[in-house]
Design a protein around this ligand. Structure first.
Ligand SMILES: [Zn+2]
Ligand SMILES: [Zn+2]
Length: 168
């Protein structure tokens, strides 16, 4: 929750801890998601709050090669505006892209959708625990980061990595 009424002076720089990251388990291989921290620079102009900053969250995610979970710090850009609802606005007022409506008179704005979106965009399509993760041996199934196996029939040519990932 972003509490605009608690800010006395603009432009303002604020930090919010413990925001809900909104990340669901299983989303993009995420097995565990912590709370997010948010940093925002807020400029007030013509009754519109321009908010630019960053959301960060630590997640546990599954490596696409070896299937082990590892920790990953996600950092995503935030860029949205908040404007006050008009006095007699209907509840289904049109929203522009990246725009939030603050209920008239209220100070708090729920920014969780924006935080969620910023973080989801940063989820890797193909998570890797380490850049050159050696993955699981397709023959015997050992995690080749942890032990070497004797299956030497397959070429270690990295150009085959893509094909191996397809097989998994
Ligand atoms: Zn791995
Ligand atoms: Zn093997």
């Amino acid at each position: 929750m972003l509490d605009l009424q608690a800010i006395n002076e603009f432009p303002a720089r604020i930090t919010l801890e413990g925001e809900s990251s909104g990340l669901e388990i299983e989303e993009g291989g995420v097995s565990q998601a912590g709370t997010a921290s948010v940093e925002l620079n807020i400029v007030l102009s013509d009754n519109i709050y321009y908010c630019i900053g960053e959301a960060a969250c630590e997640v546990k995610i599954e490596c696409s090669r070896c299937l082990e979970s590892y920790s990953l710090n996600l950092r995503g850009a935030l860029d949205f505006t908040v404007r006050e609802a008009a006095e007699n606005a209907s509840s289904d007022e049109e929203l522009l892209d990246g725009e939030l409506i603050k209920p008239s008179g209220a100070g708090q704005v729920d920014i969780s959708d924006h935080v969620h979106e910023a973080l989801v965009l940063e989820l890797p399509l193909k998570p890797l625990c380490v850049k050159d993760c050696r993955g699981i041996c397709p023959h015997c199934g050992v995690n080749r980061n942890e032990e070497d196996c004797d299956c030497r029939t397959e070429s270690e040519d990295p150009r085959w990595d893509g094909l191996r990932d397809l097989q998994q």
